[in-house]
Design a protein around this ligand. Structure first.
Ligand code: PBG
Length: 333
């Protein structure tokens, strides 16, 4: 009895937590600048403007957007994702500016690739910044129509690929679009362009600040985007969406939003063992940023925790508006 008590407890997990050096050695997941993609908002305006709901993030004119991409590169970020803010007078029902080979996105892609060919550039494939409705697709009889939208998305993907982007990222949630985009790119000698499919994209309240950033929130109607984006009560459906996109030829799967959907991320990663990225969306940025600014959270501590949790759940990479902040933190060590 004595003997038994004398080495109780045999296992003391706290031994591995006693000092920082040992905690560092046994840490199971790590993060580095390599894990991040930085989203950039580019505007047609000459003047850059603050985005009220996203303190610290701006809609940048093309020069400043380019400069920021170079800062990202210097910090070790591998890729940037471009999102346009389109003025009201250029938007229309069909979002035809999306197919303008010299629109602001294409011009920024060309500028970045010309100066920094080694920085990956990702273009969003969806019509919402360009349509007066703010919907991702074409509308007929008050409905977002699938197949006609897909035809337009193929063209949008091709002009972005022709401008030089490395990855096209359909974020529209139309059915069958990955297959059509893949075929269309291949037919036009763009077989090297990657497709990162927003395979699992939920209809989320957390996109609010993004929609005001790209001025695409006003006329969505009562169903918002629920007829194409997924219901947040579902997870089997996430596996169905992911498996369809793999069959259709996606190179990378994206799960979105991030932190409230880590169970989905883990399930998708573990089921398919496919490159799987996560998007920490605008509303997540807003929540954290406001709490950091109010002094409630220490920026370094909360960001380290947040991003290690993404990695632990299985994210191969993370799209985040905090990408530059975390890269700076990691640099300092
Ligand atoms: C457009 C698109 C959205 C986001 C990325 N691409 C908005 C939406 O679907 O309404 C959201 C990103 C964010 O909230 O940070 N299809």
């Amino acid at each position: 009895m004595n003997n038994y008590l004398s080495n109780f407890p045999l296992h003391r997990p706290r031994r591995l937590r006693k000092k920082k050096w040992i905690r560092n050695l046994v840490r199971e997941n790590t993060i580095g600048p390599n894990d991040f993609i930085f989203p950039i908002f580019v505007t047609y305006n000459n003047k850059s403007t603050e985005i009220k709901s996203m303190p610290g993030v701006k809609r940048l004119n093309i020069e400043e957007a380019f400069d920021l991409s170079q800062i990202a590169k210097e910090l070790g970020i591998n890729a940037v994702a471009i999102f346009p803010e389109v003025p009201r007078n250029i938007k229309d029902e069909s979002g035809k500016e999306a197919l303008n080979r010299h629109n602001i996105v294409c011009r920024l892609v060309e500028k970045i690739k010309k100066n920094s060919p080694s920085l990956g550039v990702i273009c969003d494939i969806a019509l919402d910044p360009y349509t007066t409705s703010g919907h991702d697709g074409l509308i007929e009889n008050s409905k977002v129509v699938n197949d006609k939208t897909v035809t337009v998305l193929c063209e949008q993907a091709l002009i972005n690929a022709e401008a030089g982007c490395d990855i096209v990222a359909p974020s529209d949630m139309m059915d069958g679009r990955v297959e059509k985009i893949r075929n269309y790119l291949d037919k036009n000698n763009k077989e090297e362009t990657l497709i990162m499919s927003y395979a699992v994209k939920y209809s989320s309240n957390l996109y609010g600040p993004f929609r005001s950033a790209v001025s695409a929130a006003s006329e969505l109607g009562p169903d918002q985007k629920k007829t194409y984006q997924m219901d947040y009560g579902n997870i089997d459906e996430a596996l169905k969406e992911a498996s369809l996109d793999i069959k259709e030829g996606a190179d990378i799967l994206l799960v979105k939003p991030g932190i409230m959907y880590l169970d989905v991320l883990k399930e998708v990663k573990n089921t398919f063992k496919y490159p799987t990225f996560s998007y920490q969306v605008s509303g997540e940025y807003s929540m954290l940023k406001h709490a950091i600014l109010s002094g409630e959270y220490n920026e370094k501590e909360i960001l380290m925790e947040t991003f290690l949790c993404f990695k632990r759940a299985g994210a191969d990479a993370i799209i985040s508006y905090f990408a530059l902040d975390i890269a700076k933190i990691l640099k300092k060590g």
